[in-house]
Design a protein around this ligand. Structure first.
Ligand SMILES: C[S@@+](CC[C@H](N)C(=O)[O-])C[C@H]1O[C@@H](n2cnc3c(N)ncnc32)[C@H](O)[C@@H]1O
Length: 271
């Protein structure tokens, strides 16, 4: 956004914003100087940050393809869906299943306004402006209930967003609440920032990245493999379980854009 295209009312352009930082890293244009500055600090801490976010989008693509193609899922809820980007979840799903329906949920006003314009053309896509930490508000929103039938299987996608929910807010309880409203046969897909170790993060890149987010609209709370696995309580993990996102059903011959071990992710099935 430029001087010619100023911020709509109510949008804080003085503080780096997690949706807009991510948009900048993906090469988008829906960001302000303060977001670009934070993104540059992230790149200084982790030079292949832009590759890592692209790898996250690739993980989402493979997970959604699995869900639509192999698991036969036709309803998706994308929690913390983010700003519209090159290939959005509804486009990924509808490439496989043209009848797939997708509800995007995000608490960011910029995401909401851009999402309205870009995503809400079709009858099979809706956007809910809500906080994922309030599952009842999300699941009972008229936009969601107008599009999805929660008595039927649904896939809940939480990509690169649960690490913006602090332990004090009990993200595991929040996900359990979604789980309890999901019909048997539903799926949960997660990618999540993870703790560094002396082996995989000798320079404490995770610590430096976390400190950049301290001034942002939401803070970063990376979690251990065990803590990430715990989100899947009540689900059977689909092979290969919770792994580095680049190792989750990789497409043959495709190399990671960023460092191979960045975020962790997995997909679970509710019986
Ligand atoms: C890093 S982006 C990830 C976007 C997309 N899910 C992906 O992985 O490509 C995180 C998104 O989650 C949204 N978000 C953060 N906290 C949220 C919350 N409590 N409720 C809803 N959305 C949230 C942000 O506004 C942002 O759009």
């Amino acid at each position: 956004m430029t001087k010619q295209n100023p911020a709509p009312g109510g949008i804080d352009t003085t503080r780096p914003n997690v949706a807009r930082i991510y948009d900048y890293l993906l090469g988008g244009k829906d960001n302000f100087a303060v977001d670009r500055e934070a993104a540059k600090q992230l790149i200084a801490a982790s030079p292949d940050m832009a590759g890592i976010v692209r790898d996250n989008r690739s993980f989402i693509g493979r997970a959604v393809r699995f869900l639509a193609e192999e698991a036969g899922i036709r309803q998706f809820i994308d929690l913390g869906g983010g700003l519209p980007t090159q290939t959005n979840v509804h486009e990924m799903a509808q490439q496989v299943a043209p009848d797939a329906r997708v509800v995007y949920v995000d608490n960011d006003p910029v995401v909401w306004s851009h999402g309205q314009a870009l995503l809400a053309h079709g009858e099979q896509v809706a956007m809910v402006h809500a906080d994922l930490r309030e599952p009842t508000a999300v699941l009972q929103s008229p936009e969601l209930l107008g599009l999805l039938d929660l008595t039927q299987p649904v896939a809940v996608v939480c990509a690169s967003v649960l690490h913006f929910v602090a332990d004090e807010e009990d993200p595991h309880r929040i996900i359990a609440e979604y789980r309890d409203h999901m019909a048997p046969g539903s799926y949960l897909a997660i990618s999540h920032g993870t703790t560094g170790t002396a082996e995989n993060d000798p320079d404490d890149v995770v610590g430096s990245v976390t400190s950049v987010y301290r001034q942002a609209s939401a803070q970063l709370h990376v979690r251990s493999l065990e803590e990430i696995r715990r989100f899947f309580e009540g689900f059977d993990l689909v092979d290969p379980g919770v792994v580095w996102i680049n190792e989750w059903r990789p497409d043959p011959g495709v190399r990671p854009a960023g460092q191979p071990r960045s975020l962790r992710g997995g997909v679970g099935h509710k019986r």
